[in-house]
Write a protein that binds this ligand. Structure first.
Ligand SMILES: O=C(O)CC1=CCC(=O)O1
Length: 264
């Protein structure tokens, strides 16, 4: 457990793997903390340096007053990677984390060599939807959003499994200020034109039963970048690395290794 003092904010982060391993940065989704990647880690190729962090308003990072902007979320990540002296990473962005990836790749191409855009898009939902959800969260708490969120995150089969409370509790443990702050950032984000100008290797990943970023939406964004690849994970919702970790790891490992990121 470590905290980075970035001057404007403290972010909680964690690094696993050898110090001289090639860096792969994981940026998670709204309403989750860095532990959301735990099911995937045992399936990743050996020898990588795995960097995870809690976005502002989430996990053990600072919780500034809402609203947040996507520019702030990108800047936080940029500052963290500079603090950790990370360059040329493969950046794996899940949902809002994928939006941060798109913004950061435009702003700081020196930081990102290639990116995985997982269950994300240049624009997710509509501003109205996110502002409605934020209003409900502020008036009634995240419990008012929990059932619908689990339906977007997971298939019915997974929702009936004993593992569900782990992820539901992670969602419910998110500070309302942090969740609504990030929801406002999503509401204000449309990266279509800037993502279309990106020139770096991109792998898109979608779940065939994603209730938040359906596969066609993910594909539309990923196709904006010339030469991008795409993988569909079957029997999975918005968090396919939890429901199908081995199937998710397969394209990620192939893509990461194709960037010259083998064990050193
Ligand atoms: O729909 C959800 O709540 C899931 C989600 C959308 C953006 C994000 O990061 O998570």
């Amino acid at each position: 457990m470590q905290s980075a003092d970035l001057g404007h904010i403290h972010l909680h982060y964690r690094i696993d793997g050898p110090e001289d391993g090639k860096p792969v940065v994981f940026s998670n989704s709204l309403g989750t903390d860095l532990r959301v990647w735990d099911p995937l880690l045992p399936h990743l190729a050996p020898g990588l340096r795995i960097i995870r962090y809690d976005r502002r308003g989430h996990g053990l990072s600072d919780v500034p007053d809402a609203p947040y902007s996507m520019g702030q979320l990108v800047r936080d990540t940029e500052a963290l990677l500079d603090f950790l002296n990370i360059r040329d990473c493969v950046f794996v962005g899940l949902s809002i984390g994928g939006m941060v990836a798109q913004g950061l790749a435009v702003k700081r191409p020196d930081l990102i060599r290639a990116m995985v855009l997982s269950n994300t898009a240049a624009r997710i939902g509509t501003a109205e939807i996110w502002r409605e959800r934020a209003k409900l969260a502020r008036s009634q708490g995240l419990s008012a959003l929990a059932d619908a969120t689990m339906e977007r995150w997971f298939t019915p089969k997974f929702r009936a499994s004993p593992a569900l409370p782990i992820w539901r509790n992670m969602f419910l443990a998110t500070p309302v200020e942090g969740w609504t702050g990030c929801a406002e950032a999503i509401a204000g984000t449309d990266f279509y034109s800037t993502t279309a100008g990106l020139k770096l290797p991109v792998l898109g990943i979608a779940g065939d039963r994603d209730g938040s970023t359906p596969a066609d939406l993910v594909r539309e964004t990923v196709d904006l970048v010339h030469g991008s690849e795409f993988a569909l994970i079957r029997r999975a919702g918005h968090l396919p690395h939890i429901e199908q970790p081995a199937a998710y790891a397969e394209p990620v490992n192939r893509f990461v290794l194709a960037q010259g990121f083998g064990a050193s």
